[in-house]
Write a protein that binds this ligand. Structure first.
Ligand SMILES: Nc1ccn([C@@H]2O[C@H](COP(=O)(O)OP(=O)(O)OP(=O)(O)O)[C@@H](O)[C@H]2O)c(=O)n1
Ligand SMILES: C[C@](O)(CO)[C@H](O)COP(=O)(O)O
Length: 247
């Protein structure tokens, strides 16, 4: 690609956010799905949406919810699209949402899509921007991830069988950023098996023989999963709010 083509490409290719938000949150132990748990004055998922709304380079924010779920329609000043096509698994929900974006023309095949768990409500605009900066110029795309901070053990029957070298081990986070058509094709290969073994977007891309870029993320970008995670997420949100408040 020459310089003029690179520039034309950079202006025509857009970034879209796609947030799977159709889980039930079984491990969280809440009455309603965890993404609708009140946290620091808003629904959990509203914090996630606000982070993406704070990134100028995101052309559209799209949330995949369960069919008939109108929770987000009562939120004022919504600046996101709701896609009521949640599936049986996370990968199902992502695939349905991505198919919708491509079928409706909301996303063009070469556009980038940033898939992000609604449940990772501590993602920040700065982290999203860092991922975009790193992946925009990459052939494959990539994901936020965290080098393993702890010693890693393999177990057999609840006892340590081995300590595993962790120098090359990372914890996969989201967003995960790939070209819309490439990701759609990669996921489509696994639709027949119910997306068995596809726990994130990168794993589908890897199965195509490609090597996603690992972009260092933050420990604060954890996925709210267990009951104790809500208090931690809320404390961080409140602390961020205080540090932004005028003196
Ligand atoms: N069928 C599903 C399952 C999960 N998700 C979404 O995928 C993200 C990450 O999944 P996870 O944390 O595992 O959420 P749940 O599946 O809701 O949790 P659990 O496994 O405890 O039920 C969440 O934002 C969740 O809403 C989804 O859109 N559709
Ligand atoms: C995609 C993900 O956030 C990467 O860490 C994670 O795999 C999603 O959670 P799940 O429990 O596997 O659905």
């Amino acid at each position: 690609m020459n310089q003029a083509e690179t520039q034309a490409n950079a202006t025509s290719v857009r970034c879209h956010a796609l947030l799977p938000s159709a889980g039930i949150g079984a491990r969280a132990g809440t009455v309603q799905p965890k993404q609708y748990q009140p946290l620091a004055g808003k629904l959990l998922v509203e914090h996630t949406l606000a982070a993406f709304a704070g990134v100028a380079r995101i052309a559209s924010v799209n949330v995949v919810v369960t069919a008939g779920d109108d929770t987000l329609s009562s939120v004022p000043d919504a600046c996101w699209n709701v896609i009521e096509k949640g599936g049986a698994t996370r990968a199902d929900s992502v695939f349905n949402g991505l198919s919708h974006l491509l079928e409706t023309g909301e996303a063009r095949p070469d556009d980038w899509v940033l898939v992000h768990d609604a449940a990772r409500c501590l993602i920040s605009p700065a982290q999203i921007d860092a991922l975009i900066d790193a992946c925009m110029v990459d052939e494959v795309g990539g994901l936020l991830a965290l080098p393993l901070p702890d010693t890693l053990k393999r177990s057999v029957d609840g006892r340590v069988a081995e300590t595993i070298a962790r120098g090359d081990k990372w914890l996969a986070q989201t967003p995960q950023m790939f070209r819309a058509e490439v990701l759609h094709r990669a996921l489509a290969h696994h639709a027949a098996t119910g997306f068995a073994g596809i726990t994130d977007e990168a794993s589908a891309i890897e199965a195509q023989g490609l090597k996603p870029l690992l972009v260092p993320g933050s420990a604060q970008n954890f996925k709210v999963t267990y009951p104790e995670d809500f208090a931690l997420a809320e404390a961080v949100l409140l602390q961020r709010g205080r540090s932004r408040a005028p003196a």
